[in-house]
Design a protein. Sequence first.
Length: 398
Amino acid sequence: MRFKEALWDESDPHYAPCTTWGGNGGRFLYWKAPARYVKAGYQIKSRLLGTGQRGDQVPAEWAMQARDMTREMLRWYDGADAPKTEPGTWHWLIGRYKSDPFSRYHEVQANTRIGYDQQLVLVDEAIGPIKISDTNYEMLMTIKSMKEAKGRSKDHIHRWFSTLSRLATHGVLIDAPGAARVKEIRSNMRIEKPAARTQIATRDQVFAIVAEADKDDMDVFAIGLLIQYWYQLRAIDVRGDYFDGVWERGIEWEHFNEDLSSFTKVISKTRRSLPEPHTFDLTLLPDLRARIIRLFECLPEDQRCGPVTISPRSGVPYTKSGWNQAWRRLRKRAGVDRNVWLMDTRAGALTEASQIEGVTPMQIRNAAQHQNLNTTSRYIRGRSKDLNRVVELRAAHS
């Protein structure tokens, strides 16, 4: 059996080798070892990855599990099912970073760790056997040059070296030989950051996607998307984070007041720096409030608690990938450009607010739940419009 290069270089986060849909109605995604390896004596024949719908794109977290299991199977087949880890190598440090109970790896949210894991695989594949103390500037610049020669994006290269920095930092904390030197080298290297995103989702585009959701009776998604857009929220503050059967951080029915005229919650990303709960007034948006009331009244009594964003397909909260898949499917049907991402709804909302006469930068900052204006400014698009408006005003006063 031939496997794509994505098995090793993680170039496709949705590549799920050795997987098949099965079970009742084809709703269960399984990883299954090919017959060749089972006949050779491989003991892990299959494993359930999750429940979804045949034909949907495989969620990134399931695909990553499939790649991990496939690589493990191949190592076993090659007689390296229990490779020795030499202390002081990058492979050893990656293991320490993921397993040490005091590692910062365990301080991030589950969905962030998924991204970290994908990047750690890339670092391990590139320099895993190499000793940290043998890593020098020339070696790291060679890796950078090779990635550029292969056409890797600035984003890919920046994420790879950011992961290396996190590993080196943990190495310094545990006194790994050579880690401090690598950290110093990396801090003095010039790794260009990817250009800031300039795309936004306009009001018309958001409403077009909501209209498509209404056609499919996707009330939950339509309500969640409207809450994201109108209140300038990140998706995670609406759908939450559902991973390994644990859900957190999203909107719960308990967050709403008795007459569903408002909801109150702490913003997840700034919960440490801005722990004060925000209260969102729904009376300002009668249509959205009416949608929420209809959804609530249709729920059985025992379901009027917990997460609001329950997927009608799975009966459990939407995952990050499930929420994004719904967006992409409805976006296509609405005829919205594929370059408009779900995250662009927040930029679109804040950009729209910045162009309304009388709205102050401080108000926009507070609406975005930011600590400082510099952060808010990264979300504001339409700089050319602002530039020409300034020229217009100057010309009028000349």
